[in-house]
Design a protein around this ligand. Structure first.
Ligand code: GLY
Length: 349
């Protein structure tokens, strides 16, 4: 099939490469590839650290996609940071948040080894004051910019939609879907700070400092990504002094040596969030598909999304939890109810 993928973030690119690998003719359209949410993403492959109460389906998708990442990263030639994640609480109130997360994970059947302050510091000498924590041994990290670069090398990319008419269009434009699908996603602002230091923590750190949520994600070259605020807002995602201050105060409480780190960049992007915080992966019309709305999990879910999207384009069944048709789709084409029929017709044509 001739496919146009609109959007060259990690999701659009992963979908495009999967479709190419399956023999389809794919063009990716984006005037500014990799400049959306993927640019700010810390790259946590963290189904445990990023699990949320009341979101079991997202947890299940995360665990399945995390299992794909080692082979996926190897195929792209991008290293995985595999030292696990330490969940940490700075004070007694934060310790309660750690305990709640561990309880949530044990209900989901996910490993979390609780550690006291001394064990935490044995694991991670860079830690400052922490009173409670847990090792999430299977939560890893990857550099999303390296992944985007590797994927970009494999696709044909153009800045504007080509004149030829594709058989299938995939919208992978994050939080800016076209009407009538724009109402399915809202932007949830996240601010991150990138810095470089001589003695970064060995583990990904995820936790709370005086109630503020924060993570510190080290890269092998000494760069650290400190994130991330989460804010429902209108208007463009801008970096605010208050947001950056809260991140830095929390990160430096967890890792005091960050005080001497060199500031590289502060940036803000919108996470594309749906009403149920599950992504949109599947058809909305006979020849129109969405791969968007991944909220906090775009990097983690990229390999699984690529498979699910390609299966759907080829007329396979669409997974209910991510099927865009679970929402009321204003103006959707009636064929959207029978995508396998449309796929069969495309294949015959
Ligand atoms: N997954 C990290 C974030 O959304 O901030």
């Amino acid at each position: 099939m001739r496919v146009h993928v609109l959007g060259a973030g990690i999701i659009g690119l992963a979908c495009a490469v999967e479709l190419l690998d399956r023999g389809h003719r794919v063009t990716v359209v984006d005037p500014a590839p990799g400049s959306g949410a993927s640019r700010a993403a810390a790259g946590m492959l963290a189904p445990a650290g990023e699990a949320w109460h009341g979101e079991p389906e997202a947890g299940d998708l995360g665990v399945r996609s995390a299992a794909l990442w080692p082979a996926y990263a190897a195929r792209l030639g991008v290293p995985l940071h595999r030292t696990g994640t330490l969940l940490v609480g700075h004070d007694a109130g934060d310790a309660q948040l750690v305990a709640r997360q561990v309880e949530l994970l044990s209900g989901l059947g996910v490993d979390a080894t609780e550690l006291g302050p001394r064990d935490l510091r044995d694991h991670e000498p860079a830690l400052g004051r922490v009173v409670a924590g847990a090792l999430l041994a299977h939560d890893h990290a990857v550099d999303p910019r390296a992944v985007v670069s590797a994927l970009l090398r494999r696709v044909e990319l153009v800045p504007e939609p080509p004149a030829d008419r594709p058989e299938v269009t995939v919208w992978a434009t994050g939080s800016t879907l076209p009407p009538p699908y724009d109402a399915l996603v809202r932007g949830v602002r996240g601010e991150v700070v990138r810095a470089r230091c001589d003695d970064p923590p060995r583990h990904v750190l995820r936790g709370w400092v005086r109630g503020d949520s924060v993570y510190v994600v080290p890269r092998p070259d000494g760069e650290v990504v400190i994130g991330a605020s989460m804010e429902e807002h209108a208007g463009p995602p801008v970096v605010t002094l208050g947001g950056v201050e809260r991140l830095l105060v929390a990160a430096r409480a967890l890792v005091p040596s960050l005080d001497g780190a060199v500031l590289l960049e502060a940036l803000a992007r919108d996470r594309p969030a749906t009403a149920d915080h599950l992504p949109l992966v599947g058809p909305v019309d006979a020849d129109t598909f969405l791969a968007a709305g991944h909220h906090r999990h775009g990097v983690l879910l990229a390999p699984l999304t690529a498979r699910l999207l390609a299966d759907a384009v080829e007329g396979g069944c669409v997974e209910g939890a991510v099927d865009p048709r679970r929402f009321d789709l204003p103006g959707a084409h009636p064929d959207a109810a029978e995508p396998h029929v449309a796929a069969a017709e495309r294949t015959r044509a």
